[in-house]
Design a protein around this ligand. Structure first.
Ligand code: SF4
Length: 511
């Protein structure tokens, strides 16, 4: 433990605790999850549980900062939530306020110093902040701050926000945060915490999700309601909280002793919720933007079946994210659905280092075929995306080696041709197989008999629940159904400009 001379108490675990290797080449990697609770005597324990429910959003590090009203207490560690915290460590995080974070590195590398929440002391007191997203002008702001004498401890763009808040000349914390956010661009769902206040902010386009909930009558001796905020409402389910609503794009929630207030920070911008949340990132039991992620995925599969039907004996998903889409695909074409690939759920704790020479074990470690389901069959394999193509190739081979007569690969999203600059860890454009290969060429590379991707129009129609009204176009000729969603990794249409110098691009995509 190292207690500093001021208010903040830090208990970080300096020993990396074995984050799982990143051996999945064919999915955009998860991002981050955030959780906050205000007004509960078990803030640390409930934040721990909330992070547990958000574990799928980031497995590299986890952290919790609590406040007892006088000072902040922080603990961060590398690895999964269950490994990052012991009961004893949670017991050293007192107070009724807490924010927490699970991280997959996007901007910044995989180091404990980049683990969040960040927590600092500054002239006005203590401040903790955690972030899901990516600031597209972080390099410029950071260079400007460094030019004025700021010293950074980490390579994460979130630290830029800490400096901006600390340097603001405003008095109230909500004004300081507003002042800081006026200087940055990008995608962010942010939580700030002082000794007495929690702020939750969503970027003006609402690219990353953020939800508000309430834990009724649970706030200590006075039985006040506790407010909770999380990336996905599944975090509420686990702790018995009720979903209230999504935080609006450009909205800041201020939660303190006076209750909850809402402030609009930015002019209403066209919303651009990340469509990939529905395709892959979010848990299927989540509701985002008022829609069940499971139902949307099923509809994606139904659309896929209408666009790319094939005669087959069995439809199998690539578990877990491909399951609802495969159900939708199979039921639409009246083909039997089976679990022809079984996922091991214990891969995360392997000690194997992610060296290139052994990365090929990756797919076998995670998935194994069920031979009786596949032997002699014409098999449709449904997955949510193809990134580099290497995993899809191994999967097709695995299914064929198990005896499949034909292997037809169906993807419940369009070809991913463009990197994400809004908080998702993606390869460079050069590494995205669809950026330089036609669908036919990709089919040959992955050795599938046929390959079908869902169209952009079909995906957006499925996500917006308007599959019957496809074909409508807006004034610019774009599919009308695309309104409200970011789909830049499929279309190249970036809603927020980014600085694409080689150095910045490398940092932004996290490699
Ligand atoms: S570029 Fe793709 S992954 Fe990134 S926010 Fe947009 S839809 Fe989501």
């Amino acid at each position: 433990m190292q207690a500093d001379r001021r208010r903040l108490v830090v208990y970080d675990a300096l020993r990396p605790s074995g984050a799982p290797p990143n051996d999945d080449d064919d999915h955009f990697h998860d991002q981050c999850g955030v959780f906050a609770i205000y007004g509960h005597s078990e803030a640390a324990n409930l934040t721990y549980l909330g992070l547990h429910a958000l574990q799928h959003r980031g497995q590299e590090s986890a952290g919790i900062v609590t406040s007892d009203g006088q000072q902040l207490f922080a603990h961060r560690a590398m690895g999964l939530v269950q490994d990052a915290f012991s009961q004893e460590q949670l017991g050293r995080l007192p107070g009724n306020l807490g924010i927490g974070h699970v991280r997959y590195s996007t901007a910044g590398g995989s180091h404990l110093k980049n683990a969040q929440p960040f927590a600092v002391d500054y002239a006005r007191g203590s401040l903790a902040v955690c972030h899901n997203g990516n600031l597209t002008n972080a390099d410029d702001v950071r260079a400007e701050l460094e030019g004025r004498g700021s010293i950074f401890q980490s390579s994460s763009d979130t630290e830029v926000l800490v400096h901006l808040v600390a340097m603001s000349t405003e008095a109230a914390i909500e004004d300081r945060v507003a002042d800081a956010l006026a200087k940055v661009k990008g995608a962010y769902s942010l939580l700030f915490m002082t000794e007495e206040t929690i702020l939750a902010v969503r970027d003006p386009m609402g690219i990353r999700p953020l939800c508000l909930g309430i834990l009724p009558g649970s706030g200590g001796s006075q039985r006040r309601d506790a407010h909770v905020v999380a990336s996905e409402p599944t975090a509420f389910d686990l702790i018995g909280a009720e979903f209230v609503r999504d935080v609006e794009p450009g909205e800041m929630l201020i939660i303190d002793d006076a209750g909850l207030r809402s402030v609009r920070l930015a002019e209403q911008a066209p919303p651009h919720m990340c469509v990939f949340e529905y395709v892959y990132f979010a848990r299927p039991d989540s509701r985002l933007g008022g829609k069940s992620v499971y139902e949307v995925r099923k509809t994606l599969g139904e659309e896929l079946a209408r666009e790319h039907a094939v005669e087959a004996d069995v439809v199998i998903p690539v578990p877990d994210s491909g399951v609802p889409s495969a159900i939708g695909y199979a039921s639409t074409l009246r083909i039997p659905f089976e679990m022809g690939l079984i996922r091991s759920h214990y891969v995360g704790r392997t000690f194997i280092e992610p060296q290139q020479s052994i990365r090929h074990f990756g797919v076998r470690l995670k998935l194994n075929p069920v031979e009786p389901i596949l032997r002699g069959k014409r098999v449709v394999v449904v997955d949510d995306s193809i990134v580099r193509g290497t995993t899809a190739r191994k999967l097709v081979k695995m299914v064929r080696d198990a005896g499949a007569r034909e292997v037809h690969l169906r993807i419940s999203s369009p070809p991913t041709e463009w990197p994400c600059y809004y908080g998702i860890d993606t390869p460079t454009r050069r590494e995205l197989i669809a950026s330089s290969h036609s669908v036919l060429e990709i089919a040959r590379y992955v050795t599938a008999d046929t390959l079908g991707y869902l169209s952009l129009e079909g995906m957006l129609a499925a996500v917006s629940g308007s599959t019957g009204s496809r074909g409508a176009r807006d004034a610019k000729g774009a599919p009308a159904d695309q309104a409200g969603y970011c789909h830049a990794c499929f279309s190249g249409k970036y809603a927020i400009p980014f600085v694409a110098t080689a150095r910045k691009q490398t940092r932004l995509v996290g490699i």
